[in-house]
Each structure stands twice: as C-alpha cells, then as structure tokens.
Design a protein around this ligand. Structure first.
Ligand SMILES: Cc1cc2nc3c(=O)[nH]c(=O)nc-3n(C[C@H](O)[C@H](O)[C@H](O)COP(=O)(O)OP(=O)(O)OC[C@H]3O[C@@H](n4cnc5c(N)ncnc54)[C@H](O)[C@@H]3O)c2cc1C
Length: 697
C-alpha cells in the first residue's frame, strides 16, 4: 500500500469481533418418540448453517416475509467465518476498461467445463445484486474516489474481476449478515446440528419435510435430540473439510453432503476439488496465495537431520525462472496439471509434494530472498520475468527483502499470522499442499432446489461449480444462491409447515436414537471414531489428493466401501453422550469419501484425464513432466478429453451402493430473444419460477 495505514484500521480488518446472538425465544411443541419427549420446532424455512451463504438465504427470505429458523452447528464456525488468505476474494462483474459483459463473465466462471451454462450466467448476473446487498449492509469493500470498487486479477481470471476487504473478507460478510439477521429477529438455534433429513411421500410425491437435529445447548436431555419441521429445508452447511488429512479448512468442517447422500439426494461433480499451498491445520490453516508468494520468499525444505534443501533449484533451470514461478502462484494459486508443463507454476506444488512424501518439512522464509537456482545467479529484482518485474514496480514493491515487500504491499498479511502466534518477521513458516474447496456437491436446479423437492442447497454444499472456478466465485455463488432460494420460496408462498408427519418423524428419530444407543453400548466390533477419522483422512490425502495414481484408485474405493460397511454393521463406539454427534459426522463422511472415490474411479474408467486441481498419473500418461534434470519417469499424466467437459457425473445412493450417471449440462436459452414487453408478464405472474419455464420464442 502506498499510504501508511494506522494500526487500528489494520486491527479492525483482521480482529473482526462478531455480534453476540441471543438465545432463541421459541416455544416448541413436543413430540413423543421411543419414550422421549422431544422439542419440535415448526417454521417456513429452516436454514442449516450460518456461514455467508446460509445467512444470506435467511436474511433475504425473512425480508420477503418468510418464517425463518437458523440451525447452526457452530454459530461462527465454518470456512466463511474462519478461513482466508492474503486477501480473500469476491469475484463479480468488474469495471474493466470497456465495462463488463455478463456473457464473458459467465464464460469465465464456467471456463473449466462441467458447469451448467444457466448457472454460470445466473452467477454472473446475480453478482451485481449480491455485491450491492453486502455493501448496503456495510461490508467495507474498497473504492476509488469515484465510488468504483477496486479490483485485481485472481486465479482463472484474465480480466481482474476480484475484490476484497482483506484477509477476512468472508468473516466480514458473515458479520454484516449476522447483524442483519439479528436486526430482523431471525431465531438461531446456536449449537444445533442436523443429523438426518426427514422425508415424506413416495416416488414423485417424495419431499423434504424437516430434519432431526442434535441441539448441544440442551444435550443433557435425550442427547439434545430435537425435530425441525419446515416447508423448505435449506442446506448451507459448507464443504467437507474433515475429509482430508492435508486440509486448509478450519477444524470441524463436516458439511452435510453425507446426510444428503443418505437421504437419496443426487450429488454431482464430486471428482472436482481445489488444492493449493497453505499452512497446516495443526498450526493455523490459511491459504498462501496473493502477496504471500508475490513477494518471492525463499522456499526450502528441512530433513530429519535439520539439513536445509533448496529443492526448487532441482526443478527450475534458472534463478529467474524459479523466482518468477513462485511469484505466479499469487494468482495461479490452485494446482493445475497443465501448469506443471514447461516449467510452469504448478511445478512448485509437485516439488513440495515430493519433498513432503520424502519426509521433509517445507517452509517459506520471508527474511531471505531465494537462494541461487541451477544457473548459480544470485536473486535480483532486476532479474525476473517481465510480468513479475512490472507488477512489483507498479506496486512500488522493490524493497530489499520479502518481509519488507510484504510489509509494503499487504501489512494485513503479516498481522494475521501475528494474531495466530507466528511472526513472519522472525520465523520461517511451515506449509504444504492441501485440500481447500469442494467444487462438486448437491446437484441443484437453477433455483438451487435439489433432486428432493423442498430441499435446497446453497454455498459450498451445492455442486454448482464446474472443474475450475475463478478465485472468489465460491463466495459469489453462495450469495447469489442464497438470494435465489429466498426469492423462489417467497414466490411459491412458502408457509409455516402445518402438517404433523407423525409416522415419518417417529421413524427418523428412532433411527437416530438407535445409532446413539448402540454407540454407547459399544458393540464388540464397534469402530473407534479416532481410527475411522485417521483411515478416511489418510486415504483421501494419499490416494485421492491432487496427485492421483490411477491404479491406486480402485483399491482405495474398495477399502472405503469395506469401511463404510463395517460402520453400518457394527456402528461407531462413543464413551460419552456428548459424543453422539460424532456418530453421524463420521458415518456421513465415510459415505462421502466412498462417493468421491466412486466418482474418481468412474471418471478414470472413462479414460478421464487430468483436469482442475487433480493430476491423474499412469504408465500410459501422455505427458511426462520435466525438471531441469530431464523427464520424471514417475510423473506421466493423462490428458483430459474435451468431450468430458460436456457432462457432470452424478451419484445417487441406492442403500448399499451408488448408481452413477452422466447429466448433460443445462443450456442457456438464446438471450437475444428475451425482450422487455414479451417477458415482463412472466415476471409479474411468477412464471419465471416454474420448472418448465423457458425463454424460447
Ligand atoms: C483457506 C480458504 C480460503 C478461501 N478463500 C476463498 C476466497 O478468497 N474466495 C472465495 O470465494 N472462496 C474462498 N474459499 C472458499 C469459501 O470460503 C467457502 O466456499 C465459503 O466460505 C463457504 O461458505 P458456506 O456458507 O457455504 O459454508 P461455511 O462458511 O463453511 O458455513 C457452514 C455453516 O454450516 C454449519 N454446519 C455445518 N454442518 C452442519 C450441520 N450438519 N448442521 C447444522 N449446521 C451445520 C457450520 O457450523 C457453519 O455455520 C476459501 C476456503 C478456504 C478453506
């Protein structure tokens, strides 16, 4: 930053205090099941989760007059409230020199393929409203003196459509949305976890009617079991961060994908995730993108004897090439197989992975410039690729050391680690390549409704992203999705659920209580949760991470299937009633892990090749990666077939196995045939909300 920013301003953007949420003043009915008297909460819309997506859905629905209840496992937990990077990104229509074009923005959002064309356009168009609503609530997005929002270029973004309030952008989003929810009087069940979706009806009539929950605020009574009955159930529970050992998600992100799968809801694109460099969950999980790498710190590894290795010098040919590619990870943050070629920026990720597998710890040192590369030339700011040099010059960032450059460009980035006990100005920072985002998830239509009517999904739990996503599009998708769900349910005239569904509620509650009782009794073969966690996370990181060996996937799927069957037969053991929630978390994650592996095996079985943030290595791989020493014979990756971008792989649970199918991408109608007078009536009569609605002339 060219202007010296006072400490109190930096503090306000990093130490973000969240508003206290009062206990809900509700008078629930009660329901008698299996000798228990449980609270029953009735509402119009139940929102499961209080991240940025769920809060947006709740606030927008309440403003439209719906009766909303928020149930959240952890009020300010989840990725929106707890995650970030050097500056978190929101991706929206920009102020590019010639103005933005929604079609071009949609093309960028869906650029990696496997994304519904209508959804990409909806997210492009919706970004304006999503952003404006947040500004209206007080989100401090930076502006120039003309009122234009300041922008920069981010991952998978050629134009520069990203903006940010600093490293805690999404936390600030949660803050302003929570303040609004409190102002609007929306009741929160503040420590309440949904564990099972309740359905009613058969065949075409089957629909969601609510959820069984565990309310930790009253867990002394029947383990906290309670029932929420609603007209519309909105899953806003975030991504399954606990699926991987090497994960940059905050702790305790379970999501609810497994719960949705168990209810027979279709999920899609589960093979697509994002991986990149970040600090580990054992310390402080944070993305090392943007300025952290644009200041070009020295990256090296340390072996068991404490010996330092300048390992990147074994991969790149010159100091200039090495340093320029470290810099480029700033806006090419997610791993991408093709960027390993020609000494590109993803070779950094591959090299880090190989060092980690060799048992070395990889660190970033901001006190030292990179050591000389293979050509022996010393680091110099005059010896960088032109784009890199220009960027640093434009930002007046030509100071001598990385820490001085970081202090100049983004002091908040230093402040953040300091807040979490690590001073970048004194100590090197250990990091690795981690799982960061699930691009797939619950399959939804253009109004975010799932294959189970009256059950919606917004935010990361929705499988709306394709193979790649521009940085910041996750937050945008959650905001746009929240708005869409609210407007759709309001248009349908969503009322407070008035039916009783006695039988369905009893069955669902009994099934959950049965699992808890048998967990407490500890069947002799019951599995320990810690062992299940270790097995699932280890397998996912080692066999289904960003580097996948094709021939290791089928045995990994088999092992995941065996584990899930053992859990189903013998159950999960718990020693204390307060652990009851863990039974459902790990049952569901076992199912999710099996679904991800089933999708991966299916995809490689089609001959699928490397795409997004996964490289599929095989002896018959068409591309061999080269380091400066020559080809790496064990890194031959399969190339993606373009036709595989034209469909989504969708998975449905059949009770003991998955059925997989291919869904064609939903098209976008001919936008040139939409005219004001012709289509105004469709809006006024809510026709635009009908499933069969089409713009076709
Ligand atoms: C390190 C990191 C950096 C990132 N940077 C960016 C970025 O710069 N730009 C961007 O667009 N995206 C980024 N992302 C992704 C983005 O932050 C997430 O996709 C987004 O915040 C998800 O929001 P959400 O509301 O869907 O879920 P979350 O914010 O995770 O909220 C989920 C909520 O659901 C609750 N919950 C979960 N399960 C249950 C249950 N069963 N019952 C009740 N409640 C439940 C949780 O307690 C939480 O309140 C980043 C992610 C990470 C990990």
């Amino acid at each position: 930053m060219s202007t010296q920013v006072p400490q109190h301003i930096l503090d306000a953007l990093t130490r973000v205090e969240m508003p206290p949420v009062p206990a809900a003043q509700l008078s629930p009915e009660t329901i008698a099941v299996d000798g228990m008297e449980l609270p029953l909460y009735r509402c119009g819309m139940a929102v499961i989760g209080s991240g940025a997506a769920g809060l947006r859905a709740a606030v927008e629905a309440k403003r439209r007059g719906l009766d909303v209840l928020i149930c959240s496992m952890s009020l300010y937990g989840g990725t929106s409230a707890c995650s970030g990077s050097d500056k978190q990104t929101l991706h929206t229509a920009g102020t590019a020199r010639s103005g933005d074009d929604f079609r071009k923005l949609a093309a960028a959002i869906g650029g990696g393929g496997c994304m519904d064309h209508d959804t990409a356009y909806i997210e492009a168009v919706g970004s304006i409203n999503a952003l404006a609503g947040l500004q209206y609530l007080g989100l401090p997005l930076p502006q120039d003196r003309y009122g234009a929002v300041l922008r920069y270029q981010t991952d998978h973004d050629e134009v520069g459509r990203a903006t940010s309030c600093g490293p805690r952008t999404s936390r600030l989003m949660v803050k302003v949305l929570a303040e609004e929810a409190i102002r609007l009087g929306i009741p929160f069940l503040r420590k309440c976890e949904a564990i099972r979706i309740i359905t009613a009806g058969e065949g075409d009539q089957r629909r969601a009617v609510g959820a069984v929950v565990i309310d930790q605020e009253r867990r002394d009574q029947d383990w906290g079991l309670a029932v929420v009955l609603c007209e519309d159930l909105v899953l806003a529970s975030g991504g399954p961060g606990e699926l991987y050992r090497d994960s940059v998600y905050p702790r305790h992100c379970y999501g609810s994908l497994g719960m949705a799968i168990e209810a027979g809801i279709a999920v899609t694109n589960l093979s697509e995730s994002q991986f990149g460099i970040g600090t580990r969950r054992t310390e402080f999980p944070w993305n090392l993108s943007g300025t952290y790498v644009q200041v070009i710190p020295y990256i090296y590894s340390v072996d068991a004897e404490g010996q330092e290795h300048n390992f990147l010098a074994d991969y790149y040919r010159t100091t200039q090439e090495l340093c320029s590619n470290v810099f480029r990870k700033g806006y090419q943050w997610p791993f991408h197989a093709t960027r390993m070629e020609d000494f590109g920026s993803s070779l950094v990720d591959l090299a880090i992975d190989r060092e980690s597998r060799a048992g070395r710890t990889v660190v970033m040192d901001f006190l030292r410039n990179p050591q000389p590369g293979a050509d022996g030339k010393a680091f110099s700011l005059d010896n960088l690729d032109a784009d890199v040099r220009t960027y640093l010059e434009n930002n007046d960032a030509l100071q001598e050391t990385p820490i001085e450059r970081l202090q100049h460009m983004n002091p908040l980035a230093i402040e953040l680690y300091r807040m979490h006990g690590h001073d970048l100005a004194t100590d090197p920072l250990p990091f690795n390549v981690s799982n960061q985002h699930m691009n797939g998830g619950v399959a939804v239509d253009a109004w975010n409704e799932s294959s189970l009517p009256h059950c919606f999904a917004v935010g990361e739990v929705a499988g709306t992203h394709g193979v790649t996503r521009p940085g910041g599009s996750a937050l945008n998708a959650g905001q746009v999705g929240g708005l869409r769900v609210a407007s759709h349910c309001a248009a349908r005239g969503s009322q407070v659920a008035d039916k009783t569904f006695d039988q369905e509620l009893s069955q669902a509650v009994s099934a959950c209580a049965g699992l808890i009782r048998s967990g407490l009794k500890s069947h002799p073969n019951a599995l320990a949760i810690s062992a299940v966690r270790e097995e699932i996370q280890g397998r996912m990181s080692e066999k289904a991470g960003f580097i996948c060996q094709v021939d290791e996937l089928p045995p990994a799927l088999q092992a995941a299937q065996d584990l899930r069957r053992r859990i189903w037969q013998a159950g999960l053991a718990i020693t204390r009633p307060s652990q009851a929630v863990d039974i459902f978390r790990w049952r569901h994650l076992a199912l999710t892990s099996e679904a991800v592996l089933a999708t991966l095996v299916h995809y490689v079985g089609l001959g699928g090749g490397s795409r997004g943030a996964r490289a599929y290595l095989a002896a018959d791989g068409e591309v061999t990666i080269h380091t400066r020493h020559g080809p790496l014979s064990d890194v031959r990756y399969r190339v993606e077939k373009p036709e595989h971008q034209q469909f989504k792989i969708t998975v449905e649970w059949q009770g003991d196995s998955f059925s997989l199918s291919h869904q064609a991408l939903r098209p976008l109608d001919n936008l040139d045939r939409i005219f004001f007078e012709k289509h105004w009536g469709d809006y006024l009569t809510n026709q635009i909300h009908h499933a069969a609605y089409t713009h076709a002339p």
